[in-house]
Design a protein around this ligand. Sequence first.
Ligand code: AMP
Length: 212
Amino acid sequence: MKLILLGAPGAGKGTQAEVICQRLNIPAVSTGNLLREAVKNQTELGKAAQSYMEKGELVPDELVIRMLQARLEEADCAQGFILDGFPRTVPQAEALEQLGIRIDRVIDLEVSDEEITQRMSGRRVCESCGASYHLAFKPTRAAGVCDKCGGKTVLRKDDQPETVQERLRIYHRQTEPLIDYYRKQNKLYTVNGHSDLAVTTARTLEALEAQA
Ligand code: AMP
């Protein structure tokens, strides 16, 4: 199964990706996490991507496409994968096709801008392993400490309120056209992401099991 999770930043893609990943036993590939890792390690890619990310802008297509291609060639992706945060532009979706990657299903997590803005302020991410939490909806067991690795959980630089507004503008302009793109290919399943986590997860799993 090759899946894409679409949705605005903060819609809950990462959280749903984790659930699906366990259910289907395929890896979740988050371009945001891969890029943050590259920035942390100050690789060539990380240095090139850093300023775009801090401003909430998209990293140029060619850099992200090259990075993703390398990741998908790894052995654990052979049976399928879930893409979280990719594609974010129509050229990125076209690049997947040019690489001969046939996507089976696209799940669009629909959440309003107002809700996103509210949610992002409570989002926390582990500095060490990238695991994602939320102060209200998915808290860590001990405050500020990652459940998975014991690392420190922090507010991402690009989750600051002004940056969130810029990311939402970019989402509407550059990423939202993908909804139509995949609808036309009959691959789109829309999930209302406004409810609490358990309900959204149940809806996501339904979308996964629905007959194509
Ligand atoms: P995310 O964790 O998915 O919200 O991504 C965080 C940041 O990484 C974004 O605001 C972009 O700067 C960058 N990024 C992640 N995925 C992509 C992508 N597919 N194309 C361009 N930039 C990306």
